[in-house]
Design a binder for this molecule. Structure first.
Ligand code: IMO
Ligand code: MG
Length: 425
């Protein structure tokens, strides 16, 4: 059977880890294609709670092969930690030889650049993601495969580090990177990671040719996409479906479908426009109740109502054929729930999402208010257990986004999942 992409449809943290762990039961390969350890995916199943940043969320199933594609930026310290913690071996995990490395100077520069931006800071995760992608594009990057060529590293690294140190010390007034420490790290990484380095496009191709399912795992969300998100308040890679093809080396005909994961409300962490953001008091109440704090940085997430304008836009730029709704149970017991169906911008009503951050900042949400429900949806797994209020809310989201809801998450555990329609055959 085909590949199926599962992509964050909002500003990240939509519950991708949970859903991918659930779907991985019927997949042979789970593949990450973009971002790095700026992602924070929580997986909860009978084996425990797993907080993953880099390795795909299919690792809890012993039958899966998990791959990190060339479009991902890899911090080997994080990779090795996750390999150790989850007892992974090369039969379960592969990393592309062409994925770019996050080096210690990238992390230093990420933090220094943010400090320099001052009040215009993006609120990055500080993991070196942006600077690593900058080096990739400016052709100064080091790739995972190069760890296996110490002679090449010995030639290139001193020059790269000398240049980075000039920037770190002369522009930012920071402390220089110690070149010997970097070499030591690189040697350690090479010996530990070598066995996991493989051309991952072959693994994907073989699975597809054998008729097995491949799940392409999104990180971040479509509104954080470098091209289609709310630039400059975005991440540095293409989290939308386009990034899957360059980030893994597969073509569009591999796809059986593309699903978007939408939280039943909205959150955003970091700076940038957020039209449906709740007032401080209400947002705090939801955040505390729903535990909306970042898995990667522990930051309090900003909370908003479901944004149907943004949701319809991300469905279009990704070509979603299925909507997966998470955290529905969080809305249990609310008197009324708002859904943003249009914006008013400079006095004009529109249902088009203005991608430009300045314009979006002026967008005032126009809401439809829906009555809540008193019954619990927590842990339900059958459509007949869905009360009429929750069903009406799901139907409203389907209407505003324009895509059918196929899976509803009713709690963080793998089993707390309601399948309305199968995604994978
Ligand atoms: P998951 O996979 C939520 C946000 C950061 C910041 C912006 C740029 O868990 O959904 P970066 O470090 O990428 O340069 O930061 O992007 N961001 C995320 N927000 N979930 C994520 O990943 C994110 N990854 C990056 O907060 O606003
Ligand atoms: Mg997250």
């Amino acid at each position: 059977m085909p590949a199926y992409a599962v992509i964050g449809a909002q500003w990240g943290d939509e519950g991708k880890g949970k859903i991918i762990d659930f779907l991985a039961e019927n997949a042979a390969v789970i593949a990450r294609y973009s971002g790095g350890n700026n992602a924070g995916h929580t997986v909860i199943n009978d084996a425990g709670t797993f907080k993953l940043h880099l390795v795909p969320s299919g690792i809890c199933w012993p039958h899966t092969m998990n791959v990190i594609g060339n479009g991902v930026v890899v911090d080997p310290d994080v990779l090795l930690k996750e390999i150790r913690e989850n007892d992974l071996d090369p039969s379960r995990l592969a990393v592309s030889d062409r994925a770019h490395l996050i080096m210690p100077y990238h992390i230093t520069l990420d933090r220094l650049e943010e400090m320099r931006r001052g009040s215009a800071a993006i609120g990055t995760t500080g993991r070196g993601i942006g600077p690593a992608y900058v080096d990739k594009v400016s052709r100064q990057g080091l790739r995972v495969g190069e760890l296996l060529d110490p002679e090449d590293l010995a030639l290139r690294l001193p020059e790269i580090i000398a240049f980075k140190n000039e920037i770190i010390t002369k522009i930012y007034g920071g402390d220089p990177i110690d070149i010997d420490e970097v070499f030591e790290k690189a040697n350690h990484w090479a010996s530990e990671i070598a066995q996991f380095i493989r051309p991952v496009e072959n693994i994907i191709d073989e699975a597809l040719v054998s008729g097995e399912n491949v799940i392409v795992e999104g990180a971040q969300g479509a509104l954080l996409d470098l091209d289609h998100g709310t630039y400059p308040f975005v991440t540095s890679s293409n989290s939308t479906v386009g990034g899957t093809m360059t980030g893994l080396g597969m073509g569009p005909r591999a796809y059986g479908g593309v699903a978007g994961i939408y939280k039943a409300f909205c959150t955003r962490v970091g700076a940038g426009p957020f039209p449906t953001e709740m007032e401080e008091e209400e947002g705090t109440r939801v955040r505390e109740m729903a535990g909306e704090f970042g898995v990667t940085t522990g930051r309090a997430r900003r909370i908003g109502w479901f944004d149907g304008v943004a949701g319809r836009y991300t469905a279009r730029v990704n070509g979603f054929d299925a909507m997966i709704i998470t955290r529905l149970d969080t809305l249990d017991g609310w008197d009324e729930i708002k859904v943003c169906v249009a914006y008013e911008i400079d006095g004009v009503r529109t249902d088009q999402f203005p991608v430009d951050a300045m314009t979006l900042d002026r967008a005032k949400p126009i809401y439809e208010t829906i009555s809540g429900w008193t019954e619990s949806t927590r842990s339900i797994t059958k459509a007949r257990q869905l009360n009429s209020g929750a069903r009406a809310y799901i139907e409203k989201l389907e209407e505003v986004v324009g895509v059918p809801a196929k899976i509803i998450s009713t709690g963080p555990h793998r089993n707390e999942t309601l399948v309305l329609q199968e995604l994978l055959d």
